[in-house]
Design a protein around this ligand. Structure first.
Ligand SMILES: [Mg+2]
Length: 249
């Protein structure tokens, strides 16, 4: 059987609500990695949170954009210092690879940050202008909250891009870096990408030549699917339909 790269929000859960068929789907899969662009929590924090709502996913199978960014830096750069614009999860992941968080830094790592301040942006701006590498965890301009659509990591990156005239290297979906790291975590290289968003999940799968499955449990509608130029290999209404498809193939 093939292995799977799964999205989290809109596929396995919506807030604290487990999407119908998610536990059964996870049970039916031999091998999978859950990949999320959210950088605010560590994989361990996610595993605990998901366990509490009835989705037992071990932390080793959860790749957040925060962990992916830390893994990317560990494998591809030789930095000792970083400045982080981000929340607890990202700070923890960057510290866990041995980097010291300081204003006089070799790289600036930016994630989604609900504790954003002018001082954090000022320090990031000065560091990038002084030659530090500019890295973003994920490109999402907005974030769907209970209040409505609010600024996401991509909007913070846009702010820093405006004041530094530099373009960040972005790790998360639809970019290939996070997908390549997810592939390293899977033994079976016959991989399907399963997601609820065309412009992140499905585009990410297409960018690394994997088979893609769109499930209509999240953000897409019949209209948005019909009007998009991004075409998944398969589209299913429910996770039970996905499970039936896996059983047959
Ligand atoms: Mg999603």
């Amino acid at each position: 059987m093939a292995s799977f790269i799964l999205d989290l929000d809109g596929v396995l859960r919506r807030g604290s609500h487990v999407i119908e068929g998610a536990p059964e789907l996870l049970e039916a899969l031999d091998e999978y990695v859950v990949v999320t662009n959210n950088s605010t929590r560590t994989s361990e924090m996610y595993a605990e949170e998901l366990q509490a709502i009835g989705l037992p996913i071990p932390s080793e199978k959860i790749l957040t954009s925060a962990r992916a960014t830390a893994l990317f830096l560990k494998e591809n750069r030789d930095y000792q210092t970083a400045w982080v614009v981000g929340e607890k999860g990202l700070l923890h992941e960057i510290r866990s690879i041995g980097l010291t968080i300081t204003a006089g830094c070799q790289c600036v790592v930016v994630g989604y940050d609900r504790t954003l301040t002018y001082e954090k942006l000022e320090t990031a701006c000065l560091a990038i202008r002084g030659g530090a590498e500019f890295i973003g965890t994920n490109p999402d301009l907005t974030y769907p909250s209970e209040k409505g659509i609010i600024p996401g990591c991509g909007s913070i990156l846009a702010f820093l891009q405006a004041c530094t005239d530099r373009t960040p290297l972005v790790i998360g979906k639809p970019n290939t870096l996070i997908m390549e790291l997810a592939l390293e975590m899977l033994k079976d290289k016959d991989v399907y990408v399963l997601g609820d968003r065309l412009d992140t999940d499905i585009q990410a799968g297409i960018n690394v030549n994997l088979k893609t499955i769109l499930v209509m449990t999240g953000v897409e509608t019949e209209d948005s699917v019909n009007s998009s130029t991004i075409k998944p290999d398969f589209t299913f209404e429910t996770l039970d339909d996905v499970r039936a498809f896996i059983r047959q193939s």
